[in-house]
Every structure is written in C-alpha cells, then in structure tokens.
Design a protein around this ligand. Structure first.
Ligand SMILES: [Fe+2]
Length: 432
C-alpha cells in the first residue's frame, strides 16, 4: 500500500511540474550604454514616423548645432535622387542641453517601397520601407518599453516579425527627468525605428514637469514629433493618421479630455471624418486602460472613459490599445462595462519590459468582459487581413523566446451591421 502511495505521489509531482504555470521572470536591469564617441555632426537616434499621405518624417540628433536638416533619399543604395530640407529644435532642461533635433519630411513616396536615405549630408546610410497602399497591413504593438534587458528581448522579437508600422501606447524611455536617458533610448530603438514608422502617444513617464521651472512633455514633444498638424490637432499629445485602410487615433491620457476640452472637440471632428469605405478599420490608442482587471492603476482610466467612450462607441471603434499596466489583458467587445457586440475590443499591452517589472495581481472574480489576462513581458501583432477580418496575437517573452500565447480573429464593427442595427449611434456622434 505504502509503495503504491509513493508511486502515486511521484506521478502527481511529475505531472504538476510538467503542467506548472509559466514562472514569471523578475525585472531586468537598465542596459549599460558604453560611451561611443562619434563626430559631432554624426546623425544619432534616427527614427521615422508617418507624416500625411505618402510622406514620412525623419528625426535625428546631432551634437553639432550647424549640421544641416537635410535628408537625401532614393530607391537605390548610395544613389540619392531626392533631397528634402527640414527644421530643427533643441531644448534646455536644468543643466542638460539637448543636441540639435532635426525633423525633415520626405516625399511623396511610393507605397510598399524600400528607400535608402542619409541624414545631414553625411554618416551611415539607412533604409526604410513605406507601408502598403491597401490592406493587408501588419502593426507591431508594445507599450511601456523602457531600456532594460527585457526591452531588448521585446525589440529583438518585434524585429523578427514582418510588420509595417509600430504602434506604441505610451511610456517610451523611462528617462524620468534624467535627460541623457532619452538619448540612450533613441540609440536603443534606432535599428527598428529608422526602418519602420514608429507612431507613439504619451504616457506618464513622458511628463517631466518641475513646478515653476519646467513644463511637462518638453523632451517628448521635441524628440517624438508626431503628425498632429497634419491631422488638424493643435497638440502633439493627440493626433490621427490613416494607413492602408485603417484610421488610427492616438489620444492623450495626459491632456484634458472633458467635453469642453480641445481634445474632445478635436476627437469628435476627427471621428466624423472617418469614411468606412476608405478605412474600414478604426483603431484607437491611449496610455491608461479603461478596461483593466489588474489591481495596478485600478480605476485610473475611469474619468476619461466616462467622457469619451460614448463617442468611440458611436463611431464604431474596432480596437482600443492601451499600456500603463505592466501586463497583458484582452477583452471581448465591450461598452459601458458590459459585453456588447458593437463595442470595441480593449487590449492592455504595457508589458514591453521596463525596469519597474510586472503587475501580478488581478481582481477576482474575473470580470465578464475579460477574456485573457497574464502578467508577462511580450509584444502584440495586429494584422488587418481584409476589410472585415483582423488577426491579433500576443507573443510572450518566454525566457527570451517569442511564444504566441494568445490569439483571436476580430471581425470589424462595420461588417457586423452595428450601424444598420442601431442608427442612433451615428446620431449620437453628430449631435452638437
Ligand atoms: Fe504608465
């Protein structure tokens, strides 16, 4: 009898070991960036972003203030058939002086084409690929990146995937007032961000205000200029863009959002411009999630949700991507706290790998709308396959291996007949 019990115990222990939950890793240290002296006019921290139809903004930094803001580009290596002149800025933050930050818009560019380019008339050649003119298109998504060993792992995994545009729902460098960390973050992401457009919105770690001395977002706005003017917004903290059949709205969790705010008026006007025949998909990003069953940052998005969720619902937003909570969570279609076939799918993906580590603790029981939740580092991939179907997958950094751990087909709100079923939706949006 005793032998049988021992054998049973061994079997149970082995089974438990094999089926045990994934052991979630500790945070990794901030990366060490060795001093790498380059000439003062050498272009550094190169990244690109979409800047209106067929145009791309190239951003880079030089230590030399007289370096020109020109970009030479063409479709063959070393042969630059076009040249564009841009603008530059710089900022002072207490005892820190930024380099010269150049912003140069190039184009018109052909869709789905590789371009070779050089910044400031010298230095290395970079190459970028423009997004396709129509569906399908693939987005890579990762928020709350920071600059640790896990960030590196996430970026390596994104680099392995074939994607067209990177979407970042806030918290980029975790510089947290240490301005040189903005520079090291720029260097860390350059290999990816110089090759595909990076479209970002602000998180709380971008706000570096000091009362009476420094306004918030000065470094972020100077370094990560997004196409807000191109989309009729008066602030770099919220804007929109269209790419290959997708209208993407980047909202600002840290800009005023009540119904009397500039952001609210701009959002309403932008939603009214959406033409579902041209852009059958409508995607929204912001930093603080509205649907979050993690105890971390619980309830922080409630006010913004109360102000803006009816607008997004009326416009038929398909997918909302947020960060802030350092974990992954996916909802089913939801509105006003309840599952709703005409609401948006909300995804929290603030698990890029920053130094603060993971948010482990969840509310119990799981809310009805929450389909999948897990506190692990990783990234997402969103492929809009055609005008009605998209495929979302979440890839966990499983001991540095990307492992697809959640996936779902998403059918568009427009094709689900929500507008025909409920004409009141459009009326809500059009109401003064
Ligand atoms: Fe955050």
């Amino acid at each position: 009898m005793e032998t049988k019990l021992t054998a049973l115990t061994v079997v149970l222990v082995i089974t438990a070991t094999v089926t045990a939950d994934y052991v979630r890793p500790q945070p990794r240290k901030t990366l060490h960036f060795p001093w790498n002296p380059k000439s003062s006019s050498h272009p550094q921290q190169v990244h690109i972003s979409l800047a209106g139809d067929k145009h791309m903004r190239v951003t880079w930094v030089t230590r030399d203030g007289s370096s020109p803001s020109i970009v030479e580009y063409g479709i063959s290596p070393g042969k630059y058939s076009s040249i564009a002149q841009g603008e530059s800025t710089s900022y002072q933050y207490l005892f820190y002086s930024s380099g010269k930050i150049h912003h140069t818009v190039i184009g018109p560019l052909e869709h789905g084409t590789v371009y070779f380019y050089r910044c400031g008339g010298q230095g290395p050649e970079f190459q970028l690929k423009t997004p396709p003119s129509q569906l399908p298109i693939t987005f890579a998504v990762a928020g709350d990146l920071g600059q640790t060993g896990w960030t590196k792992s996430t970026l390596d995994h994104i680099d392995q995937c074939k994607y067209d545009v990177h979407l970042l729902p806030g918290d980029l460098s975790y510089a947290d007032y240490m301005q040189h960390r903005w520079d090291t973050f720029g260097e860390l992401v350059q290999p990816l961000a110089s090759a595909r457009p990076w479209m970002v919105t602000e998180g709380n770690h971008e706000e570096e205000s000091i009362p009476l001395l420094m306004d918030g977002f000065e470094s972020y706005n100077a370094r990560w200029k997004m196409p807000f003017e191109e989309s009729g917004s008066s602030s770099n903290l919220y804007y929109s863009f269209e790419v290959a059949g997708v209208h993407v709205i980047m909202l600002g969790s840290y800009a005023d959002f009540d119904e009397y705010s500039n952001q609210y008026s701009w959002l309403k006007a932008d939603l009214l411009k959406v033409d579902r025949r041209r852009t059958p998909w409508l995607v929204v990003l912001f930093h603080v999630p509205w649907y979050n069953s993690n105890w971390a940052h619980q309830g922080e998005g409630d006010e913004m949700m109360a102000a803006m969720e009816p607008l997004l619902y009326a416009a038929g937003v398909d997918i909302v991507l947020a960060g802030h909570v350092h974990a992954y969570e996916r909802s089913e279609r939801v509105y006003n706290g309840m599952p709703d076939p005409c609401g948006a799918v909300h995804i929290t993906i603030g698990d890029g790998g920053n130094r603060e580590g993971l948010a482990h603790w969840y509310k119990d029981p799981r809310p009805k709308w929450s389909v999948f939740r897990e506190a692990s580092f990783g990234h997402g991939e969103l492929r809009m396959v055609n005008s009605t179907h998209a495929f979302w997958s979440w890839h966990r950094n499983d001991d540095d291996e990307p492992v697809r751990s959640d996936q779902v087909w998403i059918t568009s709100v427009a094709s689900a007949g929500c507008f025909t079923k409920n004409p009141e939706l459009r009326k809500m949006l059009l109401a003064p």
